[in-house]
Design a protein around this ligand. Structure first.
Ligand SMILES: *[C@@H]1O[C@H](CO)[C@@H](O)[C@H](O)[C@H]1NC(C)=O
Length: 355
């Protein structure tokens, strides 16, 4: 009995000590792994500084990445009003097909041309070559993949976003808006186009979505979005629309790219765009209705909710398809004046991090 209690105490004490050490080390002015990394990488010291691993919280951007798959006619032979770009992992073909067969196939909406593209990096793993071959075949069928030569990974999402902006600057100067949307999101294309056509919607310096005005910099080292003080000393990020779905006017990609070399890229892509916007002195805009961008709503959504939404996070492909069909068949609110349909509460963005 005594012994067991002793053991328990030792365990708890050492766990506490380790936690304190981790927190301490990550708060001090330099990542503790950096001196070690330097020690063991002297052979690489001749490589130009831009090629050095930027550490766990930054990503290697700006750098000269190339587009290795880029045969889409979009913006080359067409002038879309709205370009929708979806970052996906190379192996997510089923998701891409689901989008191609639902909201992704709505090409002319309210007389405006809408085109949908997917952006990917290099596949990894033991079957990378086969994956690449499959991607080529997929692109021969659909001509809607843009691929660049960086390693596709969650930690590299900021690189993907910045390359999306580079691609737009190179090809789509004539288009009006771009929407970046995650692959698990249902898009109500008509509502989006309607918003963008609205005379009250700015045509320049415009970025909207579910704007997070006071996003805390998370200091818990066990959180996926942990960010130590030596990287971001401020306690809040500048305001930014959540990465699940944001729209910008097509003057912004150029402007954001112009300031990005001054701001070291962090791996949280949406927060990084917020940092670039702040440097530009541009503020994101709240959407006119709270019901337009929904993150983690209470499912299932009613026909009424779906009729008001622009982008909503779904839990799986089949739910996304179901919702799209509901919209397609004519989602609407009950026509009884005075009746109040209960609308799923918009959840605080914090709740998606379990806070
Ligand atoms: C991100 O991409 C760069 C360039 O391809 C690569 O060197 C790095 O290893 C990638 N990082 C991760 C975590 O995949």
């Amino acid at each position: 009995m005594e012994n067991r209690r002793h053991l328990k105490c030792i365990l708890i004490c050492s766990l506490t000590a380790v936690t304190i050490i981790i927190i301490y080390l990550s708060e001090i002015s330099e990542p503790f792994s950096a001196p070690l990394a330097r020690k063991f990488s002297t052979s690489k010291s001749s490589v130009s500084s831009s090629a050095v691993d930027p550490g766990p919280y930054h990503v290697a951007y700006p750098r000269n990445y190339k587009f290795i798959m880029d045969e889409t006619p979009t913006c080359k032979t067409t002038t879309p009003f709205l370009i929708v770009i979806i970052p996906v992992a190379p192996n997510e073909e089923a998701t891409r097909n689901a989008i191609r067969n639902t909201w992704g196939k709505e090409k002319v909406v309210l007389d405006q041309l809408v085109e949908t593209l997917f952006i990917i990096g290099l596949p990894g793993g033991h079957d990378a070559e086969q994956q690449q071959e499959k991607l080529k075949q997929e692109n021969e069928r659909h001509h809607d993949l843009i691929q660049s030569n960086f390693q596709d990974s969650y930690h590299n999402l900021t690189i993907k976003t910045m390359l999306m902006l580079e691609w737009l600057v190179q090809h789509c100067a004539e288009a009006s808006f771009v929407l970046k949307v995650d692959s698990d999101v249902l898009l109500n294309v008509k509502n989006l186009v309607e918003l963008l056509l609205d005379p009250n919607t700015a045509k320049q310096n415009y970025m909207t979505g579910l704007v997070w005005w006071h996003s805390p910099v998370l200091r818990n080292p066990f959180n996926k979005f942990y960010m130590p003080k030596y990287v971001i000393p401020e306690s809040e990020y500048p305001p930014y629309p959540l990465g699940m779905a944001y729209v910008m006017s097509l003057d912004l990609p150029r402007k954001i790219l112009d300031v990005s070399p001054q701001i070291k890229a962090i791996f949280i892509e949406d927060a990084y765009l917020g940092m670039c916007l702040k440097r530009l002195g541009i503020s994101p805009t709240d959407p006119p209705e709270e019901t337009m961008f929904l993150v983690n709503p209470q499912h299932p959504l009613s026909s009424c909710s779906l009729s008001k939404v622009i982008a909503v996070m779904t839990t799986d492909i089949s739910q996304m398809q179901r919702y799209w069909w509901m919209i397609r068949r004519g989602a609407r609110c009950p026509d009884l004046s005075g009746s109040q349909e209960h609308f799923g509460h918009r959840v605080s963005p914090l709740s998606i991090f379990g806070l």
